[in-house]
Write a protein that binds this ligand. Structure first.
Ligand code: ZN
Ligand code: ZN
Length: 375
């Protein structure tokens, strides 16, 4: 592997002093720390920066590196050192970002608003309901803001009191000296209010101070025409309530569609198989076909129709989801060999057979003759 020059990695001159190096490292680390930079290569870059700094900030290692380069450090100096001692990205993060309010991932405030969880409800629809749309009433158990205390957590008549230990921020800070960064500030949840930032002396009788309660809510969902198996409908803000003023999550309604005895769906087209008899196939016929709408429709079968032939009826398919128009109905005919014939029908078929003679099919005659050797 090609290793980048450590000075280049930190973007400093070869004769930079410790202060300049520390400043450069801090700046880069804040940019590439995996907690603030979600780009996939950020962690690798951060490790590279950290490794460069670990070497260049150590006078002995720096001297070895200046003289022998990376090769000088790969032996006894132990490159492994860098990856060990690096296991806890979190603590480095704390060192880098504590005291910088509004930076990083905003986890400084323990009592920051939090978005409610998303919920999922599965529903099953008939083939027709999915095609033409329907309305469903759902019963959704979810966490909602407590209405008794208006999500304050305090019994009506009382109010939560701001925690004096943390001043309402929910966290306490500790200052200490670090050889790496000088004065650093670490933060932890306030032990008195457990990070809430407030104290509730008489908790609400309904939510017991939790500010949220579990409620089974009835919701109406309009299922639009054209949904299919697996379609997900998003009901924004109908998930769990957020906490501390955060927004509610979403509710996802996931649809399963039952199969149909006649029709098979492919996107917005419907497919069906239509059995016809040999007389209809040979002579042609006007037949009735079922439709999803209920009223039968007509299909003209031309004379000489072979089994497997498909006919397309425009606009008799599924309504296109959130668009106008409908797919088509594709009817594939299957010529059924007659069974359970009456004596009369048998007689008619015998006469037909005699009339056909030994002929099988006209098109394939030559082929069969060659195989059977009757030429
Ligand atoms: Zn309450
Ligand atoms: Zn507190």
């Amino acid at each position: 592997m090609d290793k980048r020059d450590y000075y280049e990695t930190l973007g400093v001159e070869r004769n930079s002093d410790d202060a300049a190096m520390k400043k450069a490292f801090r700046k880069l680390a804040q940019k590439y720390h995996p907690d603030v930079n979600s780009a996939p290569e950020a962690e690798a870059t951060f490790k590279e920066i950290n490794e460069a700094y670990q070497v260049l900030s150590d006078p002995q290692k720096r001297a070895v590196y200046d003289r022998y380069g990376h090769a000088g450090l790969s032996g006894a100096a132990g490159m492994n050192d860098f990856n060990q001692g690096f296991g806890d990205l979190g603590s480095i993060f704390e060192e880098l970002f504590s005291g910088f309010s509004g930076q990083g991932r905003g986890n400084g405030r323990r009592n920051a608003p939090r978005r409610g969880a998303d919920l999922r409800v599965d529903i099953s629809l008939s083939f027709e309901q999915a095609a033409f749309g329907t309305e469903r009433e759902l019963e959704v158990p979810r966490m909602e803001e407590c209405d008794r205390c208006h999500a304050s957590g305090a019994e009506p008549g009382s109010t939560p009191e701001r925690c004096s230990t943390c001043g309402g921020t929910g966290e306490v800070q500790r200052r200490q000296q670090s050889p790496l960064f000088g004065t650093i500030v670490t933060a932890s949840p306030c032990p008195r209010c457990n990070g809430a930032g407030e104290l509730i002396s008489s908790p609400c009788a309904k939510c017991h101070g939790q500010k949220r309660v579990r409620v089974t809510r009835k919701l109406k969902v309009n299922v639009p025409a054209g949904v299919d198996d697996g379609t997900r409908i998003r009901l924004a803000g109908e998930g769990e309530a957020g906490s501390l003023g955060g927004p509610a999550g979403n509710l996802y309604v996931v649809i399963a569609v039952e199969s149909h005895p006649v029709f098979v769906r492919n996107e917005f087209d419907l497919h069906m198989e239509l059995p016809i008899n040999i007389a209809q196939a040979a002579l042609g016929a006007n037949v009735q076909i079922p439709t999803l709408d209920g009223d039968p429709d007509k299909l003209e079968i031309p004379a000489g129709t072979q089994t497997g032939k498909s006919f397309r009826k425009r606009g008799l398919g599924i309504p296109r989801l959130q668009r106008t128009g409908r797919g088509d109905l594709i009817v594939t005919v299957r010529v059924a060999t007659p069974t359970n014939l009456t004596t009369e029908q048998k007689e008619l078929l015998r006469r037909l057979a005699t009339s056909f003679g030994d002929e099988t099919t006209e098109q394939k005659k030559g082929f069969f003759d060659r195989i059977l050797g009757t030429d």
